[in-house]
Write a protein that binds this ligand. Sequence first.
Ligand SMILES: O=C(O)[C@H](O)[C@@H](O)[C@H](O)[C@H](O)COP(=O)(O)O
Length: 268
Amino acid sequence: MALTWTHKDRGEIRVHENLEELSIDLVDYIAEISEASIKEHGAFCIVLSGGSLISFMGKLIEPPYDKIVDWAKWYVFWADERVVAKNHDDSNYKLAKDNLLSKVNVFPRHICSINDTVSAEEAATEYEFAIRQMVRSRTVAASDNSDSPRFDLILLGMGSDGHVASLFPNHPALEVKDDWVTFLTDSHKPPPERITFTLPVINSAANVVVVATGESKANAIHLAIDDLPLPDSSLSLPARLVHPSNGNLIWFMDKQAGSKLDRFKFSE
Ligand SMILES: O=C(O)[C@H](O)[C@@H](O)[C@H](O)[C@H](O)COP(=O)(O)O
């Protein structure tokens, strides 16, 4: 059974016994938000990331989800992408396509991925333009209080350095406010060229999920969730800057990633 609680300003925290339990809870949650979004506005705009997250979504292609999810209403985006060809093993698009999207009935025209034939800068500009068109046509909702899209669900992984999407500690991309999508040519993790959603876009979503597993994430999880002064500025821990202004934030983790949370220290 997951241990679940709500932190006063860091959202809901779900600590799972093991990865199997985490993955069942995650797909249940995705299916629930999908259904609610489709009921509310006729579409489900979901944003994916790379890394192990996609493997935790694997149960979506199995019964009962394969049949109960209304795949035809899904619109799929990425919070970040490596600027490589779509058939390259580093591509987040390829990862999701091979393991999820090719196995369910999402319409190819509802999949909004980057142009892999242009530079990182051009790919970021084109991707933002495509999303702006979808906000204009109301496929993607608009935020009520800022110039941002309001995605139904943004799914983020987290690195052991606390990076989310391709927003790395102390990188200038963290400070971009006016663009929805920005680009990097010096990513702290290879490959160096990437595009990423900016913080205002992440923080305008209706629901944001951060998934973190394994002991290597325990320190970053502790710093991102517990009330601690950070060693330097908050820009040193991107996950701490995930804070939806008018939406829900849920942290899905296993007990190894949660092992340094104050909650467990105090209950020992
Ligand atoms: O673009 C990338 O380099 C990865 O997608 C990366 O951002 C990943 O999401 C996190 O590092 C968490 O990855 P894991 O969940 O696999 O540890």
